[in-house]
Ligand binder design. Structure first.
Ligand code: F6P
Length: 329
C-alpha cells in the first residue's frame, strides 16, 4: 500500500493498493513516482488523522521511504503512538534521498544516481573548456551535507571543494586565488572548484565567480554552473536499484517479524559489523545532527586528505614526489 502526496487532509483517498501491475516498469524510474515528497504531519490532529487512516485501511506495518523530513515525521509519530490506536503498529525508515545525509548507511538510495548525473555534467564541461583557459565553479545540491559536492569533486579531480563542513574563509580564498593565478601562468588551462549549495551564506557561487574574475589578472576567465534539479532526475543507476531492493527486502522482513511477534516498534534501518540491523527512531539524535541534517560522523570526510593530494599543487608548494607537471591530478 502506498500513501500518496502526504498530509494533511483526505488521507484515506491517498491510500492506494500497490499491485504487481501498478508498479510494473518502476525499476527504471526515480522515487518521485511514489508522490510522497515534502509534506509531513505536524500537529496532534494530523497524527490522529494518520492513525485513523492506518486503522481504517487495516494497515498493520509501515515502511517509510524518504529523507530527513520523513525520518523526523516518523520520529515524532514514534513518540506519539498513544494518540491513536492505529499508530500502534511497527514502522521502519528506509533511507532514500539524493543528499546522502541520513544516519545508518554509507549510501542512501538515490545518492549514487545524483552523483552520476553531476559527474557526467562536469566531465562535459571539462571537455568543452579544454580549448580555453578557464576556471569553473560548479554548485551542487545537498543542503548542509557535502557528500555530493565532495564525491563529485573527488571523482573528477577538482582543485577545491567548498563544503558546509569545511567552509570557504577569506584566508582560504586568498590562497586559492593565488594558486589559480600561478597555475594558469605556468601552463594550466583548467581549474575546477565545486561548491555545496549551503557551503557558506556569504561566499555564494556568484560571489566566488566575481572574486575569481576580479583577481584573474587577465590570465583566465571564470564561469559558474549550478547543476540544479537535473540532480534529482535521471534513470536510477544499477547500484541504486539493487541497493533499494536489498534494503526494502530487509525492512519488509523486519516488519514481518515485528507483526508476527505482536510488537509495534518504530525503527530506522542501519548497518554495523557488516550486518543490517535497526535502531529505535527515538534515539536517532545520538548519531544524527538534526539541526544540520547530516550524520554526526560522515565516512567520506576521511577522504578529504586524498582529494587534496590528488588535486593540482602549485610548483612552489610541490614536493619532489608530487611533481607530475601542470594538470597532474
Ligand atoms: O533534499 C533533496 C534536495 O535535492 C536538496 O539537495 C535540495 O536543496 C532540495 O532538495 C531542492 O529541492 P527544492 O527545489 O524542492 O527545494
Amino acid at each position: 500500500v502506498g500513501i500518496r502526496n502526504g498530509f494533511p487532509g483526505l488521507l484515506a483517498d491517498r491510500v492506494q493498493p500497490m499491485t504487481w501491475e501498478a508498479v510494473e516498469g518502476w525499476a527504471g524510474l526515480g522515487g518521485a513516482e511514489l508522490g510522497t515528497s515534502r509534506s509531513t504531519p505536524t500537529s496532534d490532529e494530523e497524527y490522529v488523522e494518520v492513525g485513523a487512516a492506518l486503522e481504517r485501511n487495516s494497515i498493520d506495518a509501515l515502511l517509510v521511504i524518504g529523507g530527513h523530513r520523513a525520518y523526523m515525521a516518523a520520529r515524532r509519530l514514534a513518540s506519539n503512538q498513544n494518540l491513536h490506536p492505529g499508530l500502534a503498529i511497527p514502522a521502519i525508515c528506509l533511507p532514500a534521498t539524493i543528499d546522502n545525509n541520513l544516519p545508518g548507511w554509507e549510501m542512501t538510495v538515490g545518492a549514487d544516481t545524483a552523483l552520476n548525473e553531476i559527474v557526467r555534467d562536469i566531465d562535459r564541461i571539462r571537455q568543452a573548456a579544454s580549448a580555453t583557459r578557464r576556471a569553473f565553479i560548479v554548485e551542487t545540491m545537498g543542503r548542509k551535507c557535502g557528500f555530493l559536492a565532495f564525491m563529485s569533486g573527488l571523482s573528477v579531480g577538482a582543485e577545491e571543494v567548498y563544503l558546509n563542513e569545511d567552509p570557504p574563509t577569506l584566508a582560504r580564498l586568498n590562497v586559492d586565488v593565488a594558486e589559480m593565478v600561478e597555475g594558469f601562468r605556468t601552463g594550466r588551462t583548467f581549474h575546477l572548484a565545486i561548491r555545496n549549495e549551503q557551503a557558506s551564506p556569504g561566499y555564494t557561487t556568484e560571489f566566488l565567480r566575481q572574486l575569481f574574475t576580479e583577481e584573474s589578472d587577465g590570465v583566465f576567465s571564470v564561469r559558474s554552473m549550478i547543476v540544479g534539479h537535473l540532480q534529482q532526475g535521471g534513470s536510477p543507476t544499477p547500484f541504486d536499484r539493487a541497493h533499494a531492493a536489498g534494503l526494502a527486502a530487509f525492512c519488509v522482513d523486519w516488519l514481518t517479524g515485528q507483526v508476527l511477534a505482536g510488537r509495534s516498534d518504530w525503527h530506522y534501518a542501519t548497518t554495523g559489523d557488516g550486518k543490517k540491523h535497526t535502531e529505535p527512531l527515538t534515539q536517532v539524535s545520538g548519531v544524527y545532527d538534526m539541526e544540520n541534517r547530516r550524520p554526526r560522523d560522515q565516512w567520506w570526510m576521511a577522504l578529504r586528505e586524498v582529494l587534496s593530494t590528488l588535486s593540482w599543487q602549485p610548483p612552489s608548494s610541490r614536493s619532489d614526489e608530487q611533481s607530475g607537471g601542470p594538470g597532474a591530478g
